[in-house]
Design a protein around this ligand. Structure first.
Ligand SMILES: *[C@@H]1O[C@H](CO)[C@@H](O)[C@H](O)[C@H]1NC(C)=O
Ligand SMILES: *[C@@H]1O[C@H](CO)[C@@H](O)[C@H](O)[C@H]1NC(C)=O
Length: 197
């Protein structure tokens, strides 16, 4: 019980500071893209908007590169800059890079992947923690992740695009679809893609 209370208070502080999207409730059961085609999905994506999370706090120019590994899994390389600003002025900027590995958890649901970075333990117990909700492979992808911690759910979501910083034509429909599963899309934050080279 003490542990739960500690978890609750840590989460509430993190949530109040906007570093994490957490609320009371059950993770929604959002279907993944039917007949998801991993090969068409590979390559470079840019985060147009995403939910905040500690590991991507203050990041700009966020991209994700997916490629096939010889073992059939997917290599994930997330990169960008951590750009700490005070009153809009950049006071510290450093590049960020995280290398991970992903695989399709169950071939009956190919849009459900498990992603892990570095030597991080598998906190999701081998479950799908990267759900491709929708994608047309050439322009946009909608990715959702939800972790149930007791009565709390911690959510992550990304709208990815093939063109850096360009809103997908169907961004309103993307958000309406998530809202239909009670995902609060006001948590999306635009990623700054200026000065990325
Ligand atoms: C994959 O999913 C199907 C349908 O939900 C299920 O019947 C099957 O047991 C799952 N396979 C594994 C290895 O978990
Ligand atoms: C999606 O991408 C393809 C290939 O780049 C392009 O031809 C098409 O116009 C794009 N569609 C939309 C709706 O942006």
């Amino acid at each position: 019980m003490a542990a739960l209370q500690l978890l609750l208070s840590v989460c509430l502080v993190a949530s109040a500071s906007g570093f994490i999207v957490m609320s009371v409730g059950q993770c929604p059961n959002i279907p993944t893209k039917p007949d998801f085609d991993l090969n068409k999905y590979l390559g470079l994506w840019f985060s147009y908007e995403n939910f905040d999370a500690p590991f991507q706090w203050a990041t700009t120019c966020v991209s994700a590169l997916y490629s096939l590994k010889p073992n059939g899994n997917i290599r994930v390389i997330n990169s960008g800059f951590r750009d700490i600003r005070i009153f809009g002025r950049s006071v510290h900027r450093s590049s960020t890079r995280a290398v991970g590995e992903a695989y399709i958890v169950n071939s009956t649901q190919p849009g459900g992947l498990n992603v892990r970075f570095g030597n991080q333990p598998d906190l999701d117990g081998g479950k799908a923690n990267y759900l491709v909700v929708d994608t047309d492979y050439d322009n946009y992808s909608v990715v959702y992740s939800c972790s149930q911690q007791s009565i709390l759910k911690i959510e992550l979501a990304w709208i990815l695009t093939r063109v850096r910083g360009q809103a997908p034509a169907n961004v309103d429909a993307i958000k309406a679809n998530l809202e239909a599963y009670d995902v609060d899309t006001s948590n999306f934050k635009r990623i700054d893609h200026s000065n990325c080279s």
